[in-house]
Ligand binder design. Sequence first.
Ligand code: HEC
Ligand code: HEC
Ligand code: HEC
Ligand code: HEC
Length: 243
Amino acid sequence: MKHLITHILAMLAMTAFFSGTVLAASETYEGRKKCSSCHKSQAKSWRDTAHGKAMDSLKPGARKEAKIKANLDPDKDYTQDKDCVGCHVDGWGQKGGYTVEAPKKNLAAVGCESCHGPGRAYRGDHRKGGEAFEKRGTTTQRKVLADKGQDFQFEEACSACHLNYEGSPWKGAKAPYTPFTPEVDAKYTFDFDKMVKDVKAMHEHYKLDGAFVGEPKFKYHDEFQASAKEGEKSDDKKGKGKD
Ligand code: HEC
Ligand code: HEC
Ligand code: HEC
Ligand code: HEC
């Protein structure tokens, strides 16, 4: 019995080790241009959201009242402050992500990859899956995308920015923390199920043809698709990422 348990524990450790390395190797951020060229409607809608403008809030003079309430200097330029920038951009501290030293416009603000996952490894499969569906009606399993780092749960990704403060209910919290906590104002309380439907912060949803099927499927996917709008079709079949 003891033998068996040791064996199982060793197997679990190996699995964790290998899945960890596979993910780490494929986690490369590229910026929203690579997604926007194929998903024009979402990209256009995203630009007007709070996430799309997240860098503006770090500029001097912006959101004065909110900053004063959180004990920040309303006239200071925080756009290069490493205690701030990380949650207002894509892929901070990650491979290919935004840096203060060599800032890339396509990674500034909370873009596609902050929620959907770093896209380098999976975006080619979107192209292939889309083509297979268009030509032959063949569907592709979402698992293929999930294995390459596409996120279909979202909650952990949101928490890393929204619930990152001392005393947070989220276990992963570590400095630098967000200055905007429920203690500063109850409106900063993060409730995933409510927030993920907030139209001021989230892009609008557009109808999919259904090229990708199966689990993992986002828990509100069917609900969002039921009320989704007709979107613009991609004119970038090769996925070159020009916009
Ligand atoms: C070459 C074009 C292309 C690129 C580049 C691309 N996609 Fe897609 N994507 C598609 C197609 C085609 C589908 C399937 C659409 C359908 O079913 O109607 C899709 C589906 C999706 C879906 C829906 C998946 C589901 O659950 O059904 C999401 C989310 C998505 N893409 C996000 C992204 C993000 C984020 C990026 C950038 C990292 C990206 N895409 C890059 C073409 C692309
Ligand atoms: C990379 C960090 C980051 C991630 C990931 C992130 N957010 Fe945000 N979110 C922000 C920032 C920063 C703002 C504030 C933008 C601004 O006003 O400057 C914000 C604003 C919001 C707001 C608007 C709050 C208000 O006061 O109106 C909502 C709602 C929201 N996010 C929900 C979500 C959800 C849901 C997810 C996950 C699906 C998510 N966010 C993922 C950083 C993030
Ligand atoms: C751990 C992630 C994180 C860090 C670090 C962070 N922020 Fe943010 N910031 C957020 C999130 C999440 C929101 C959205 C809060 C909400 O509206 O619920 C936000 C919102 C804001 C807002 C808009 C608040 C409002 O009510 O209009 C400003 C301004 C801002 N941040 C400035 C800063 C500054 C300045 C720093 C550095 C001193 C900083 N942030 C550091 C995550 C972070
Ligand atoms: C704050 C988080 C967040 C950001 C930023 C974000 N998305 Fe999404 N996106 C979502 C969520 C949540 C869904 C719903 C997923 C589902 O229904 O399966 C979604 C759905 C989608 C879909 C599926 C069809 C639809 O409209 O629902 C596509 C395609 C997509 N996003 C592309 C993008 C692109 C392109 C960007 C960047 C320009 C982007 N997203 C930025 C959270 C985000």
